[in-house]
Design a protein around this ligand. Structure first.
Ligand code: ADP
Ligand code: MG
Length: 446
């Protein structure tokens, strides 16, 4: 079957794509695409706006290409043009990118202005501003931290800032999974030309923002190889590379030589949001949402919803719904509490873990018996796991220090010191960071 003869068969392709992606994304990004023409094995589509074009290019090209292959058993390379530019002289891919300064692959809410700075993210924030103002000085810039601490926000903020200040620059945001899809698809085409143009495209960026690098894994040797050479190319070309990850680079499941490249610049850790930051975020977003909340409500939310900032924003959305449903001017504290409690309840149920299992987990990590960790001995090998239990009981179960003191049969100041001890050590002790991350993950907090 020849796709070029039957334009309306594009609809068939659309149906196939619909099977591959989430329906709401399909509605927003795929159905607005129009068939334009076929050139050799290139299928050219039209997007109604640059935003849709960019988004489809970064996220859905491989799905469209797969759909075509599923139907026609033939490889087509998909290219997308923005509709208004349909009659413009066809430039090569790179040139098109360069002359479309208003491309917006970036989330316009994720800006530096909207990013609230606190101790936990100050280093990362500063380094990201440097990446815009003095590109190449910190190279690569490697951001890491658990889910929902603002990594993706910062990557987009860099992109937004660059296209605002220096619109001629070529900047690209890509999630590692999309990079992998795109690469695997290119390789499957087994055409040297396809691989060349893939490489050329990536080598042309002045700034490359790579999100969720942890998905580059040790199994994908060929991809790693390609990524390694791309990295070196961009590095030598002095392009700014910014990488976001859920873990420090030494913990990535990748080859040592690539890991060591990542340590050449700066590794900026973003810590889970402190209470201060949570309060400030709540204040800022409730203002944006037109939601008035009193101090006690703000405090209740921020004390109970920890970790991922998305949960905070989710709670605000629920409260906003209450406000609308009941026509409240100021949503009363008991309603706020209801929303927050029910959110915490669902999360605890899904994680189904108790304070007991938390303590057991820590003992297991440190290979110590529960009796010793819960006991009174001041030996170093018991102290760290003991203090970690205190720290995590406080942060995950929101137990106050007196209660924790009862569990460990000690004074509340001892608990306080224990928690401080971990806060101090977690900056430098990799094992502590790892344990905290794993436990938070188990408890569905990251
Ligand atoms: P990550 O990529 O680390 O998982 P995101 O960048 O997706 O986290 O952040 C999750 C949500 O929290 C986003 O809506 C983001 O805008 C918001 N957010 C995170 N950190 C901040 C911050 N410091 N100030 C304002 N909003 C933030
Ligand atoms: Mg992210």
């Amino acid at each position: 079957m020849n796709l070029s003869e039957k334009h309306n068969e594009w609809n068939q392709v659309l149906d196939e794509v619909a099977k591959l992606i989430n329906p709401s994304y399909y509605q927003s990004f795929i159905s607005p695409l129009k068939f334009f023409k076929i050139e050799n094995n290139k299928l050219i589509l039209l997007a109604p706006s640059d935003m849709v074009r960019k988004h489809v290019e970064t996220r859905y090209l491989s799905q469209i290409e797969t759909a075509i292959y599923n139907i026609y058993q033939d490889r087509y390379h998909v290219e997308i043009l923005t509709e208004a530019k349909e009659s413009a002289p066809v430039m090569n891919e790179l040139a098109i990118d360069r002359f479309q300064p208003t491309n917006n692959q970036f989330n316009t809410d994720y800006t530096f202005e909207n990013f609230i700075i606190a101790e936990s993210n100050r280093l990362a924030f500063t380094a990201c501003s440097e990446a815009v103002n003095r590109p190449g000085d910190i190279n690569p810039l490697y951001l890491f931290g658990s889910v929902g601490v603002g990594k993706t926000h910062l990557l987009h903020a860099i992109g937004n800032e660059i296209i605002k200040k220096e619109p001629w620059k070529k900047v690209r945001y890509i999630e590692m999974t999309s990079f992998l899809n795109e690469f695997v698809y290119t390789v499957r085409q087994s055409s040297r030309q396809a691989l060349e143009s893939f490489k050329l495209k990536f080598q042309s960026y002045d700034t490359l923002l790579i999100d969720d690098i942890q998905f580059l894994n040790s199994g994908a040797d060929k991809t790693q190889e390609e990524f390694f050479s791309l990295f070196n190319f961009l590095y030598q070309r002095k392009s700014q590379i910014v990488i976001a990850s859920d873990r420090p680079s030494y913990e990535l499941p990748i080859h040592e030589r690539l890991k060591s490249r990542f340590t050449k610049g700066v590794q900026a850790n973003i810590q889970p949001p402190s209470e201060d930051l949570r309060i400030n975020i709540l204040k800022k977003y409730s203002q944006i949402y037109g939601l008035q909340l009193d101090e006690i409500s703000l405090n209740y939310i921020s004390k109970n919803i920890l970790g991922d900032i998305r949960y905070l924003l989710g709670a605000l959305n629920d409260i906003l719904l209450f406000k609308k449903a009941y026509n409240y001017f100021v949503v009363p504290y008991d309603k706020v509490k209801e929303v927050v409690d029910s959110r915490c309840e669902t999360r605890r149920k899904t994680s189904d873990l108790t304070q007991e299992t938390l303590i057991d987990m820590i003992c297991e990590f440190y290979n110590q018996s529960r009796k010793d960790v819960m006991g009174k001995s001041r030996r170093n090998e018991y102290i760290i796991p003991r203090h970690l239990c205190m720290y995590l009981l406080h942060h995950i179960f929101d137990l106050n220090k007196t209660l924790i003191g009862r569990i460990f049969d000690c004074k509340h100041t001892t608990v306080l010191n224990g928690i401080h001890n971990i806060e101090k050590k977690m900056e430098i002790d990799k094992k502590i960071q790892e344990v905290i991350n794993t436990v938070r993950f188990q408890f569905d907090l990251i």
